[in-house]
Unconditional design. Structure first.
Length: 557
């Protein structure tokens, strides 16, 4: 039988040995039903690159309506939409024009309502991304701040000076640009004006904009912010946004929204955004799986622990396969690592985000440099924003026109039509892993171990045991699974990476060495983990008993 789970009291803890360190990992309590977002599988839709519905080459809401069922079929519980806010059409002044209004290039409000209605019918929760960092220099907010309009003076980050002495770059501010009318410099990133998140007036305006999106029918918001100028102000803003979100939904008789925060800061700093018994984020996105290059098994395991241990005692992070606008999984780590990262991400405790295209192993696109862009799109072109590949035909089924940026170079095989019905494909592995998360086999407890160059993530405490094992090294490795105590003698392969010799349905003896090639990963399911030996406590007790026997024998002689 499974190890008992307390029905009341604080979350239980799992004690495990890690080299010379003893770590205590928080585990999810089974006392009260967890909210839907606690273990959800999110799929992040980059609207600009998901599906073009009107043939202009840009993804839009009409296209999303046509293909949103794919997200549900993949096994996702919720969809996160990229920002839909109104943005500038001027190439020289990109960025947000109005945080409340929807950009008409994606469609009108009626189309958004239709998309949210379809998501609801599919039993998909919908979360909207709310950008909090920058605005266009053509926005009303920027103009009012530049003109020192009462109440708007400090909405943009300004620095006094003279036009002949440009201030140096500083953390969070790559460039300073002189504004002749204001006679001061404004902070700039990617030609967009950086907002002053310490401004009380700005915070109130952002909270009002957030409420407008919640009233349109979204089940939550993803707040994107990195304010290196003053971390305390960023934390205060998140608390204000969370409090105002609750006031908004209560006034409109809506369900409690989820508040997610995405930050590139360290786990220690990002953890400050959590509610932790007060007001704040429900979950903070972890960057443990988004490394720009391969890391060792030890470093990856430690990154997982950092995400877990820095979360409050009653919370767990949301793991993501790729960071927004950074290189995709297949480009960062290579195609052989796609299944490994997806399996580990979907096995860790908490929620998981599959970045659009990562379930296919889609690569970044190659941007063509041109002297001048003919069209200015809502998003600035980025290799990671390659259009989604629906099939292997020209334009990959994304658009009937010319795609706004080039397709992924591997779209001929990294596409939904080729992979979706193939259980051995990248998408097939994700579907199985997403389904296994909902099975009785996955319990509330987690144990993470390094086995050679492999990382093993074990979920236990339910009706069975579920363990993902992945070789994250560059060479073949041998993993001794019996080093994880209390497991059954044999487990069954639920899913395995492409090209693996371990086919789904086959059995693995935990007493034998498991040989894994570079990037090879396997998801194992088996009987419940038992509480009795050969766990660490039993081994210690046994050694103590042997020691006392030797001492008694010595004195009796």
């Amino acid at each position: 039988m499974a190890c008992p789970i307390p029905s009341r009291g604080p979350p239980t803890a799992l004690v495990m040995w890690w080299a010379p360190l003893l770590l205590v990992l928080p585990a999810v309590s089974a006392a009260d039903p967890a909210p839907w977002w606690a273990s959800a599988v999110y799929y992040r839709v980059l609207v600009d690159s998901f599906k073009d519905g009107d043939g202009d080459g840009l993804g839009d809401l009409m296209g999303a309506i046509k293909q949103i069922s794919y997200v549900r079929a993949l096994g996702a519980d919720a969809v996160i939409l990229s920002p839909l806010v109104a943005k500038s059409a001027e190439c020289a002044a990109p960025g947000v024009l109005d945080h409340t209004l929807q950009d008409t290039r994606y469609g009108n409000i009626e189309t958004l309502t239709a998309l949210l209605d379809k998501a609801k019918k599919l039993e998909l929760k919908a979360v909207i991304t709310v950008p909090l960092q920058t605005v266009s220099s053509k926005s009303d907010w920027f103009g009012a701040s530049a003109n020192r309009t009462s109440g708007f003076e400090d909405w943009i980050l300004w620095k006094d000076g003279n036009p002949d002495e440009v201030p140096p770059a500083e953390p969070g501010v790559p460039f300073w640009i002189w504004h002749e009318e204001r006679k001061a410099y404004w902070a700039s990133s990617n030609r967009e004006a950086i907002l002053n998140l310490c401004s009380e007036g700005l915070s109130a305006a952002l909270a009002t904009a957030q409420c407008a999106w919640l009233r349109r029918g979204f089940n939550g918001v993803l707040l994107t912010l990195d304010y290196l100028v003053d971390q305390t102000c960023a934390e205060k803003l998140v608390r204000k946004m969370a409090a105002e979100a609750m006031s908004c939904v209560r006034a409109s008789n809506l369900e409690t929204p989820v508040i997610l925060v995405e930050s590139s800061q360290s786990p220690e700093i990002s953890a400050r955004y959590y509610a932790d018994g007060g007001v704040g984020a429900n979950s903070v996105l972890s960057t443990a799986m988004t490394a720009a290059a391969r890391t060792s098994a030890a470093d990856m395991a430690l990154a997982m622990y950092a995400g877990i241990l820095n979360a409050p005692v009653d919370g767990v992070p949301t793991w993501m396969t790729s960071y927004t606008n950074e290189s995709r999984l297949a480009t960062r780590l290579g195609n052989e690592m796609v299944d490994a990262i997806n399996l580990l991400t979907l096995t860790l405790p908490g929620a998981a985000i599959i970045q659009q295209g990562d379930e296919l192993g889609a690569a970044d696109t190659i941007l063509e440099m041109s002297a001048a862009a003919e069209t200015c799109w809502p998003e600035q072109p980025s290799p990671a924003l390659a259009p989604f590949s629906w099939d292997d035909k020209p334009n990959a089924g994304f658009t009937g026109g010319n795609p706004w940026i080039p397709l992924s170079p591997n779209y001929r095989y990294a596409n939904a039509k080729t992979q979706f019905n193939n259980d051995g494909s990248h998408a097939g592995v994700v579907r199985v892993a997403a389904a296994m998360r909902k099975s009785p086999a996955i319990g509330p407890h987690v144990e993470i171990k390094r086995l050679g160059q492999a990382v093993a993530v074990l979920r236990w405490g339910g009706h069975g045991s579920l363990m993902a094992v992945a070789n994250v090294g560059r060479d073949q490795t041998e993993a001794q699974l019996s080093r994880v105590p209390g497991l059954p003698a044999e487990m069954t392969v639920a899913a395995s990476s492409a090209g693996s010799s371990l086919s789904p349905g086959s059995h693995v003896s935990l007493e034998k060495m498991l040989k894994l090639s570079p990037g090879e990963a396997v998801l194992l399911a088996g009987a419940p983990r038992h509480c009795g030996g050969p766990g660490p406590v039993d081994k210690i007790t046994s050694k103590l008993a042997e020691g006392w026997q030797k001492i008694n024998k010595y004195f009796n002689n």
